[in-house]
Design a protein around this ligand. Structure first.
Ligand code: NAD
Length: 272
């Protein structure tokens, strides 16, 4: 494998095919983007936004029908895999130029009542699977001297909340993996960053609203205003497409120096 490491005195690396067309909107023409959890929510929005920018998208999800539907809509390919089965993860395409580690799940319970199997499952899907996917795809990115790793973390990658121990642990671990990938990938034109949304309007959050309404004994609308957005300056949920557009920006011609970072899209939550 050829290293494309640049020293300080050398020019910045070429941006690669298609990037010059950014103004035209299809600047990812010729690129392949692997998106996990692409059948729903943020992952689906990423699949749509990246396909619109010209990328060929590998739609990875365990929800077979929904994954096929998204792949069909955007002209991508569906890869139906349960990411908790790490041997199956190792069968995913290795030639992605862009990886979006997005699939995730939540479980709400105090630590002393948290089911250990659920805790382990969350680490497998949200930490080990991303590691396996990077292990598999980085050689291709390194060989061509360009790649983008985007980890959909969370404000919970930077801050904790009670009763979400497995999720908070997994997101903090993903932050670590992302930074290590940034350091290792720098010599090869590969950047790695996290995107850290607050509450996004997706099925995962709709579920939490229902669970928390029960737990707190209040109506769902009050859960959003008084529980979820308590520490958030902007009093609204963020839309999946806003997260997808931030991920797309991390692949643009002007963000090649941005690596090892965590981009809060949290309406001011982490500023408080
Ligand atoms: P979602 O529930 O709408 O979609 C998650 C997708 O992941 C689903 O299609 C599901 O089938 C898939 N998935 C889950 N487990 C899987 C497995 N074992 N194998 C294969 N696919 C699997 O969720 P979302 O809200 O779009 O969340 C996506 C990511 O964004 C998650 O990592 C989540 O932690 C993160 N995030 C979400 C929010 C939010 O408020 N929704 C906030 C911050 C971060």
């Amino acid at each position: 494998m050829e290293s494309t490491q640049k020293t300080g005195s050398r020019p910045a690396p070429a941006f690669g095919p298609g990037v010059a067309d950014e103004a035209g909107g299809r600047f990812l023409e010729g690129r392949k983007a692997l998106v996990t959890g692409a059948a729903s929510g943020i992952g689906r929005a990423c699949a749509q936004v990246f396909a619109t920018a010209g990328a060929t998208v590998y739609v990875v999800d365990r929800a077979a029908e929904a994954a096929k539907r998204v792949a069909e809509e955007i002209g991508g390919s569906a890869h139906v895999v349960d990411l908790s089965d790490l041997d199956s993860v190792d069968t995913l395409p290795a030639d992605a130029d862009i990886v979006i580690n997005n699939a995730g799940l939540q479980h709400i319970a105090p630590i002393h009542e948290f089911p250990p199997a659920r805790f382990a499952l969350i680490q497998r899907v949200m930490v080990e699977a991303p590691f396996r996917i990077l292990r598999r795809t980085l050689p291709h990115m390194y060989a061509q001297g360009w790649g983008r790793v985007i980890n959909i973390s969370s404000v919970h990658g930077l801050r904790a909340s009670a009763y979400k121990s497995a999720y908070v642990t997994a997101k903090h671990a993903l932050e670590g993996l992302s930074k290590a990938a940034a350091l290792e990938g720098a010599a090869y034109g590969v950047t790695s960053n996290c995107v850290n949304p607050g509450y996004v309007r997706t099925p995962l959050v709709e579920e939490q609203i229902a669970t928390q309404a029960l737990a707190h004994g209040i109506p769902p609308a009050e859960v959003v205003d008084k529980v979820m957005l308590e520490r958030t300056a902007l009093k609204r949920l963020i839309e999946p497409e806003e997260v997808a557009q931030a991920a797309l920006w991390l692949c643009s011609a002007h963000t090649g120096y941005l690596t090892g970072a965590s981009l809060p899209l949290d309406g001011g939550w982490s500023a408080s």
